[in-house]
Design a protein around this ligand. Structure first.
Ligand code: FES
Ligand code: FES
Length: 158
């Protein structure tokens, strides 16, 4: 199958029709950033952008991604290696413990904040990230990270 991943054309060989997009990314295209935690669409750790929309890549059949545009957490840093403001905020706020949920949260938060003016309310953050589960942090530092990133991104837009 062929698709675009993080802005580059990609080809995956020997794809079986039952494979998920998550499997293709991790096992065939050497992009292990998207995590496989539940493989049932429950945890959000596998979140990627598919044609600019966040999806659980474990629920997307590989064939559904044929010819489409995928962005993973690996594609969020700048070409010069500078972290995306959301990535930096998760580090600065101490919102990463085991890190298993982090890639999905970062992709989801990036999509949320680019569609949000200013710093969202806690209720809005909780609602938008409700599909991304974390077993470690208790979520408070994740909320801190989202608010921190939102403030920095809003400041950069001013
Ligand atoms: S691994 Fe896809 S939602 Fe949990
Ligand atoms: S940091 Fe471990 S699951 Fe979130």
């Amino acid at each position: 199958m062929t698709l675009t991943v993080n802005g580059e054309p990609a080809t995956a060989d020997n794809v079986w029709e039952g494979e998920s997009l998550l499997y293709v990314l991790r096992e065939r295209l050497a992009l292990p950033g998207s995590k496989n935690a539940c493989e049932q669409g429950e945890c959000g750790s596998c979140t990627v952008l598919l044609d600019d929309v966040p999806v659980c890549s474990c629920l997307v059949a590989a064939g559904q991604a044929q010819g489409r545009d995928v962005v993973t957490v690996e594609g969020m840093a700048s070409a010069d290696g500078a972290l995306h403001p959301v990535q930096q905020a998760f580090i600065d706020a101490g919102a990463v413990q085991c890190g298993f949920c982090t890639p999905g949260l970062i992709v989801q938060t990036h999509d949320f904040l680019r569609r949000t003016a200013g710093v969202p309310s806690d209720a809005d953050i909780r609602e938008r990230l409700a599909g991304n589960l974390c077993r470690c942090t208790g979520y408070e530092k994740i909320l801190d990270a989202v608010r921190l990133a939102a403030g920095r991104m809003a400041g950069a837009r001013d």
